[in-house]
Write a protein that binds this ligand. Structure first.
Ligand SMILES: Cc1cc2nc3c(=O)[nH]c(=O)nc-3n(C[C@H](O)[C@H](O)[C@H](O)COP(=O)(O)OP(=O)(O)OC[C@H]3O[C@@H](n4cnc5c(N)ncnc54)[C@H](O)[C@@H]3O)c2cc1C
Ligand code: FES
Ligand code: FES
Length: 478
């Protein structure tokens, strides 16, 4: 079944939009069509959080709430979801939602431009967690910027929610929303608007059918990179195929040797899976963009974007990850180290898409990752380094090292790896080997960091890895 009409819930009603402009953002729709001006536009690139809204979606017949940046989300992606904006939080009689009450009580607002975004992020937290630890609060607010209140009162407001009853109006209304969302049929979406087309197939079979008939299409996953072609570069994307509704791409497979992540899995979901295998991977992901970005962005999107400073890439490279590419005929398995060809160029051919990522599990290995960025939260790295070592009896049996921000593609430090393999795990070995950074890489030089800074940081991170592992292993440092 194919439909040209998207359907979503807004204020307890199903809204239907026939052939909406696929390049239009949810923010534009909220402000211009719904005439709700509480949701603000600050940066229009996902960086400030002023445009944060909450999307309710069904998962295993349960409603989950996600904060998203409406400024970089295309309108058709709202299909089969519940849209909640700031104006919907208070009751008709004017009673504020507990999150709003807390912001008032703790003076969490001054000029108020950022406030709706903060409230919506806190609202998503309030709905998804039963307790709000300092860590949860920091993570929740990392994608919202305020230039005048200062964060302390806002954090205090968030902390005070621990004392509030979470049985709010939305809880009472949940069954009704679930019923309404279930009523919207699963179907393929195919939209035509002027010269633009948008497809959202429900299955791999339908996706392949669309691909056969439509060349020059762009794949959309979280859109945290792609949407900027419209919102920042003022371009137009004529043909989009959204991979978000393809059920077969939303899987996580765990075996004793590897975990496989389907390309439709969000970074937020992935961070909670990788945590128990590689805690450092989790720590890096927690500093990847913001919750709003990770709620929609995917590992697959990060890989295909092929940015030299893509955060997951050095980590995946040092772990010897492999990717599965769906071609028109079959699935091809490619080591990630062979995927990046030159600046933002990959092996992916027209019409091919990333099916999944396979990450080996090596419990014996020492895995560490470091992200150096100008700000701790919500910033892309200047240098990202990842180390994956097998050490036995103080001898390095395997050394896998990869860096981001050190060349036009994220890549392995092959000369250093060679020099370290079969060497003694010692300060002296690392001290000598770190100078090979200059042979392995010629760092990029841009507004984030100079090439000399990057080279120095890369060397220092090698030493950091050594000192951290040696202190943990209680190895001799000499
Ligand atoms: C505010 C903000 C903060 C950010 N912070 C970080 C950060 O800290 N670290 C970092 O590394 N990145 C960061 N990014 C960049 C961005 O989040 C990543 O590039 C992201 O992983 C892209 O994933 P996506 O699912 O949103 O991809 P999309 O934007 O949907 O797609 C990106 C590209 O990949 C293609 N594509 C997507 N999925 C597939 C697939 N399955 N097969 C083939 N092609 C595909 C698309 O056609 C497009 O060319 C940030 C971006 C923003 C806006
Ligand atoms: S307007 Fe800044 S994140 Fe959307
Ligand atoms: S209150 Fe003014 S930007 Fe936050």
């Amino acid at each position: 079944m194919v439909s040209n009409t998207i359907q979503f819930i807004y204020q307890n009603k199903i809204v239907k939009l026939k052939n909406p402009d696929p390049n239009r953002t949810i923010l534009d729709f909220i402000r211009s069509d719904l005439k709700q001006k509480g949701t603000k536009e600050g940066c229009a690139e996902g960086g400030c959080g002023a445009c944060t809204v909450v999307i309710g979606e069904l998962k295993n017949r349960k409603l989950i709430y996600k904060s998203i940046n409406s400024c970089i989300s295309f309108l058709p992606t709202i299909d089969k979801k519940h849209l909640i904006v700031i104006e919907n939080l208070s009751l008709k009689n004017g009673k504020l939602h507990p999150v709003q009450e807390a912001m008032v009580k703790f003076h969490g607002s001054q000029c108020g431009f950022c406030t709706p975004g903060f409230v919506m992020s806190m609202f998503a937290m309030y709905k998804n967690f039963s307790k709000f630890s300092d860590e949860t609060i920091d993570e929740t607010l990392s994608g919202n910027l305020c230039r005048c209140t200062g964060y302390r009162p806002i954090i205090d407001a968030a902390k005070s929610l621990n004392l509030k009853n979470t049985n709010d109006y939305f809880k009472k209304n949940e069954k009704k929303i679930i019923k309404m969302l279930s009523k919207i049929k699963d179907r393929d979406i195919e939209i035509c608007f002027d010269n633009k087309k948008y497809f959202a197939p429900k299955s791999l079979k339908n996706l392949k059918r669309i691909l056969k008939k439509n060349s020059n299409t762009k794949f959309l996953s979280g859109g945290t990179d792609l949407s900027l072609e419209v919102t920042k570069q003022r371009g137009e994307i004529e043909k989009i195929i959204s991979l978000n509704s393809v059920k077969e791409l939303k899987f996580i497979k765990k075996t004793r040797k590897f975990i496989e992540i389907g390309s439709g899995v969000s970074l937020y979901e992935f961070q909670n899976v990788i945590k128990s295998y590689y805690p450092d991977f989790y720590n890096i992901l927690k500093r990847y963009g913001s919750v709003q970005i990770r709620n929609v962005g995917t590992l697959a999107g990060n890989i295909v974007t092929a940015s030299p400073i893509g955060d997951s890439l050095p980590l995946l490279l040092s772990l010897d990850s492999r990717i599965k590419i769906q071609t028109s005929k079959s699935i091809k398995i490619v080591p990630l180290s062979e995927f990046f060809l030159s600046y933002r160029k990959t092996k992916l051919k027209k019409g091919e898409f990333l099916y999944s990522v396979e990450i080996p599990i090596n419990k014996q290995n020492h895995f560490r990752a470091y992200k150096i960025s100008r700000r701790f939260d919500d910033d892309i790295s200047s240098v990202c380094a990842s180390f994956n070592f097998l050490i036995k009896k103080n001898i390095i049996l395997k050394a896998k090292i990869a860096y981001g921000g050190m060349s036009e593609i994220p890549k392995r430090a092959s000369k250093i790896e060679k020099a370290l393999t079969n060497s003694v795990f010692s300060e002296d070995t690392f001290y000598k080997a770190k100078n090979l950074i200059d042979d392995d890489f010629s760092p990029i030089d841009d507004m984030r960091a100079s090439k000399d800074y990057r080279a120095d940081v890369a060397k220092n991170l090698m030493m950091k890895f050594f000192y951290e592992v040696s202190s943990k292993k209680n190895l001799r440092v000499n």
